[in-house]
Design a protein around this ligand. Structure first.
Ligand code: FE2
Ligand code: FE2
Length: 170
């Protein structure tokens, strides 16, 4: 059983994950337009991940008999700059998501909502991975700088990323 406050907060997180998906979809489109097909693939896989995050929370609220409340999804900025700038923006966004997940954990602790505390652990761990991936990409992109060959190699590497749906704990 979810409290009213927890239900609203979890629904807010659905919206944030949907916005993340929308943002990465837009970044993917931008990369395709720029001819960076590997980067486009990476961001499209990230889009799929974010959709699965939203659905994970959606399923949890339903499982707990809570009400789903869907709000409007914000428009992404649309102008993304260089690949380095894109990953810097991605890291910044994921840090915001991490903070949001941590706020949910704080609320679950305050409410002694043990089920939601356990549910959120997966997201706490996932955010460590998200930020690590972005930091790794930023380091690589800084290393190659304006070198076209380096960028080409990274683009080829990112072309191989595939989406693995998160394992269900049931
Ligand atoms: Fe996410
Ligand atoms: Fe991830």
């Amino acid at each position: 059983m979810l409290s009213e406050k927890m239900t609203v907060a979890l629904n807010g997180q659905i919206n944030k994950e949907m916005y993340s998906a929308y943002l990465y979809m837009d970044m993917s489109a931008h990369c395709t337009y720029e001819g960076l097909d590997g980067f486009a693939n990476w961001f499209m896989v990230q889009y799929q991940e974010e959709m699965s995050h939203a659905m994970k929370i959606y399923d949890y609220i339903n499982e707990q008999g809570g009400k789903i409340i869907l709000e409007a999804i914000e428009k992404p900025p649309g102008d993304f700059g260089t690949p380095l700038e894109m990953f810097e923006a991605t890291l910044k966004h994921e840090q915001f998501i991490t903070k949001s997940i941590h706020d949910l954990v704080t609320l679950a602790n305050e409410e002694k909502d043990y089920a939601t505390q356990i549910f959120l652990q997966w997201f706490v761990t996932e955010q460590i991975e998200e930020e690590a991936n972005d930091n790794e990409m930023i380091a690589k992109l800084k290393l190659v700088g304006n070198d076209g060959n380096g960028l080409f190699m990274i683009d080829n590497e990112l072309a191989t990323r595939t989406f693995t749906p998160p394992a269900s704990e049931e």
